[in-house]
Design a protein around this ligand. Structure first.
Ligand code: PA5
Length: 299
C-alpha cells in the first residue's frame, strides 16, 4: 500500500478519455451535454472524487453546481451524473445510478469493473490499486478528463507529486493526536479525505469541522488538538476564518494549493502518514474488517 502512495504519479491519467456524445440505454436515448447540475455518486474512497470535484469547482468557478450523492436514494431532477465506484459493486452507488437513469439523466461510470461496468452505460475503466482509497489519482483524473470533455473545464495535469519527508512526519504527529480537522467550505472535501484516511488506514477517529458554520457552535466546545487547513487559492473570507480559529485556539496549520497537483501531493503525504501511523500501532493499514463485515451483512 505504501508503494501505491509513493508511486501515485504513475496512475495519473494524462490524456483525454473516450466518450460518446450520446448513447442508448434500455431503449432510451441519453445525451452527454453540459448540464447546470453535476451529480457525483460514490461512497468512501470512491466518494472522495465527488468531494474533491465540489472543492475544485467552488475554488475555480467551474460552470456547474457539483452535488455529491452518498446514498442509495437519488431524488435529483435535471443534470448529469458521474457514478464512481472502485469495485463497481457498491450497492448505494449502483442504486443511485439506476435511479438517475430512470429519471432520464445520463450517467457515466468510473470503475475498475464489477456490476457498474456491466450496466451498458459509458464507462471509464481505471487501473486497480491495493485498495479503493489508494486509487484516487486514476479515479479523480478520469473524472476530471470527463469534465474537460463535456464542460471544457481547465485544470492542471501534474506529472509528479513530489515527496517531502518532513511533511509526512508532521502529518504523522498531527494526525496521531486524533485532531479536529478544521477547514472552510472550499476545502471540506479535502478535510473529509484526511479524516477518512486516518479512519481506514490508521484506524483512528479524528473529526471534521467546517467553517464558517463551526464558528457558530463547535468553537465554544472545542477542547482537543486542531489541524487547520487553508490555501492561497480560497476566498479571503475563508482564509480569515481559518486564521481566526488558530489565533483563538492554536493548532497545526497546513497550507494546500487547491490545484489538482497540490491536492494530490498533499493527500499522497496523508496516505503515507496514515500508513506509517498504522504500522507503528501494529495495525494492518490495508485491511478494513468492519467495512468488509458490514458489506457482507447487507441484504
Ligand atoms: O477505501 C475503501 O476501501 C472504501 O472506502 C471503499 O471505497 C468504499 O467502501 C466503497 O467501495 P468502492 O470504492 O468499491 O465503491
Amino acid at each position: 500500500m505504501l508503494d501505491d502512495y509513493l508511486n501515485w504519479e504513475r496512475y495519473l491519467i494524462t490524456s483525454e478519455v473516450d466518450l460518446p456524445e450520446e448513447y442508448q440505454y434500455q431503449g432510451r436515448l441519453y445525451r452527454l451535454a453540459p448540464a447546470d447540475r453535476l451529480y457525483i455518486a460514490g461512497m468512501g474512497g470512491s466518494g472522495v472524487v465527488g468531494d474533491l470535484i465540489r472543492d475544485l469547482s467552488f475554488v475555480w468557478g467551474w460552470p456547474f453546481e457539483a452535488v455529491v450523492v452518498k446514498d442509495y436514494f437519488f431524488r435529483g431532477g435535471d443534470g448529469l451524473m458521474l457514478a464512481v465506484s472502485y469495485s463497481g459493486n457498491t450497492v448505494e452507488t449502483i442504486t443511485a445510478a439506476a435511479a438517475a437513469l430512470r429519471r432520464g439523466m445520463p450517467v457515466i461510470a468510473i470503475t475498475t469493473g464489477g456490476k457498474l461496468a456491466e450496466m451498458g452505460i459509458p464507462t471509464i475503466k481505471v487501473p486497480k490499486a491495493s485498495a479503493p482509497r489508494a486509487a484516487l489519482p486514476q479515479m479523480l483524473t478520469a473524472a476530471l478528463w470527463t469534465l474537460r470533455k463535456i464542460y471544457g473545464v481547465n485544470f492542471d495535469t501534474p506529472s509528479s507529486l513530489p515527496y517531502d519527508e518532513r511533511l509526512a512526519d508532521r502529518l504523522v504527529k498531527t494526525l496521531g493526536a486524533r485532531p479536529t480537522i478544521v477547514a472552510p467550505v472550499s476545502m471540506q472535501g479535502l478535510a473529509y479525505r484526511v479524516k477518512n484516511e486516518a479512519n481506514e488506514n490508521a484506524k483512528l477517529d479524528p473529526s471534521v469541522e467546517v467553517l464558517p458554520e463551526a464558528h457558530h457552535n463547535w468553537i465554544e466546545g472545542a477542547s482537543g488538538p486542531i489541524m487547520a487547513m487553508t490555501s492561497p487559492d480560497i476566498p479571503a473570507e475563508h482564509r480569515t476564518r481559518v486564521r481566526l480559529t488558530v489565533d483563538l485556539l492554536s493548532g497545526e496549520v497546513f497550507e494546500v494549493p487547491m490545484t489538482v497537483g497540490g491536492i494530490l501531493t498533499f493527500l499522497k503525504h496523508v496516505g503515507i502518514a496514515t500508513v506509517k501511523i498504522a504500522l507503528a500501532r501494529g495495525i494492518d493499514p490495508l485491511k478494513t474488517p468492519r467495512i468488509d463485515e458490514l458489506k457482507r451483512r447487507l441484504p
